[in-house]
Design a protein around this ligand. Structure first.
Ligand code: 5AD
Ligand code: SF4
Length: 489
């Protein structure tokens, strides 16, 4: 059973709120619209505050996915509870932390070049730390390549952070947290949330799937689910703090397995979260097609507070490529899940992830992916060129596709999807949506927010102080990536 670090949660929401756009689990941080006039910071007394060196400050930069963003919120909470103050520039910080991502691209090189900029800082008394996937992947090698780094900690070891920080504060020049064979989850009493209206909440960490291209099982360790009563307690606390939307997170969120005696199924947990007084919208991401069952669709049908959006990464439309990727489903089996969603009593937006140029992907395989897009007509799609990753089985696969060809396929795929999205969004003109308002434009009377189906909508309203409220908007125009409208009463 997962051991927890479960005291009480204090949200330290405040700072300028960053609105995360519709995003895949490990998608790069997507365009963030800065929300102006965020609600006043909510601080609560720290249950466990201990003071480090006086005047300690930290700067925390995050690369990568929503899970990373949320991990950073928790790390910031741990630091704030120890008396550190957050600063906006690395130069002003006594502790500089990079929370890194290695799912795609040459992330490690990027991190090392960023670390290079801090070579001289150690002498000036600054402590430099590397967190996240690159920390896990490169391990102590980081100390060899960047000897001015003092802390290397992978996400599976974040629970040890207070202990590691105490060692750093005691002057230990090198501390590491690199174990992945853990049954622990990173639950902190003090998460500092950046978005004042939507709270992210990890319910399952790590991944037990073994997709041939993916570093996550290696960098984040095995699946560990949080006990349902601990999740529900945090949701109740979030509601009391004024959050009305919660997004449950996990690399494979629907593989959730309640370790407590309650043994709640994922679909039951969804319903229980939606039942918490004050919660108005519940989202979850990312779902794995293999574990996506009829009970989840039934929950969505039964409870309108569960947002009508499912992110269901397909990766490829070719059964042959899916087999090579070890995705554990065929094209037809995936399409059966889509059919289940399409048959639901209310419309459910479906989004996906696709990788182009996996080793051995032929023109024909690629054409099958394009055909799948036509068939499913996704509401949005995240598409990636295959990128060979260290410690993954596909690294050794032959028949690599050239970079040029990968780029060509990506462009073709994105053009097809753009066409589909333009048509789908155009069909929504003259319909009405409930919108959670999360942004105010510099232009007068212009606001933005998200629908339950997670579309971005920019709209006009003569009203004041709409941030954080729910309004009804009539769609008057549509582009491939967003809708335009006006508030209606
Ligand atoms: N190359 C390209 N895309 C990848 N993804 C994961 N690993 C890789 C890789 N090695 C994509 C998948 C996954 C998303 C989070 O990132 O589409 O769903
Ligand atoms: Fe990676 Fe596959 Fe796990 Fe997703 S399900 S995190 S793609 S191994």
């Amino acid at each position: 059973m997962a051991e927890t670090f479960d005291i009480s949660l204090n949200s330290l929401a405040g700072r300028s709120a960053a609105l995360q756009d519709l995003s895949s689990e490990c998608a790069p941080a997507l365009p963030q619209s800065q929300v102006k006039n965020g609600r006043a910071p909510q601080t609560a007394p720290f249950a466990t505050a201990t003071s480090p060196r006086s005047g300690a400050t930290f700067f925390l930069e995050t690369f990568g996915c929503q899970m990373n963003d949320h991990d950073s919120e928790k790390v910031a909470g741990v630091l704030l509870s120890r008396g550190y103050k957050q600063v906006e520039s690395p130069d002003a910080a006594s502790l500089v932390l990079y929370n890194t991502c290695s799912i795609r691209e040459k992330a490690a090189q990027k991190v090392f070049s960023r670390l290079g900029e801090y070579r001289t800082k150690q002498a000036a008394g600054q402590v430099i730390g590397v967190l996240g996937c690159v920390a896990q992947q490169e391990g102590e090698e980081i100390f060899t390549r960047a000897p001015w780094v003092s802390l290397v900690c992978g996400s599976a070891s974040y629970r040890k952070l207070p202990e590691l920080l105490a060692q750093l504060e005691a002057g230990n020049p090198r501390v590491t947290g690199l174990e992945t064979d853990t049954d622990e989850t990173f639950e902190t009493p003090v998460t500092r949330r950046d978005n004042p209206w939507r709270a992210y909440l990890t319910i399952i960490e790590g991944c037990d799937k073994a997709c041939a291209y993916c570093v996550v099982p290696f960098t984040r360790g095995p699946e560990r689910s949080r006990a349902s009563d601990s999740v529900l307690k945090e949701v109740r606390e979030l509601a009391e703090l004024g959050y009305s939307e919660v997004q449950l997170l996990g690399q494979t969120v629907n593989s959730y397995a309640d370790p407590s005696h309650r043994r709640m199924r994922f679909s039951e947990l969804l319903l229980a979260v939606a039942d918490v007084p004050g919660m108005r919208r519940v989202r979850f991401t990312t779902s794995h097609p293999r574990d996506f069952g009829a009970d989840i669709v039934a929950a969505l049908e039964a409870q309108p507070k569960l947002c009508n959006h499912v992110h269901l990464p397909v990766q490829s439309g070719s059964t042959k490529v899916l087999r090579e990727m070890v995705r554990t489903y065929t094209r037809d089996e995936y399409l059966e899940k889509i059919a289940m969603l399409r048959e639901a009593r209310r419309p459910i937006a479906i989004t996906t992830d696709v990788i182009v140029g996996f080793p051995g992907e032929t023109e024909r395989d690629f054409a099958e992916t394009l055909g799948l897009l036509e068939e499913v007509r996704y509401d949005s799609l995240f598409s990636f060129k295959y990128s060979p990753r260290p410690n993954t089985p596909s690294l050794a696969m032959r028949d690599a596709i050239s970079e040029e060809e990968k780029s060509r396929r990506l462009t073709v795929l994105q053009e097809k999807q753009r066409e589909i999205q333009s048509q789908r969004n155009a069909s929504l003109v003259n319909t009405r949506f409930e919108v959670l308002v999360s942004g105010k434009s510099r232009r007068e009377n212009q606001w933005s927010g998200h629908t339950s189906c997670h579309r971005v909508i920019n709209f006009t309203s003569q009203e004041q102080n709409l941030l954080g409220t729910y309004v009804h908007v009539l769609v008057t125009g549509a582009g491939p990536n967003s809708l335009v409208g006006e508030q209606v009463t």
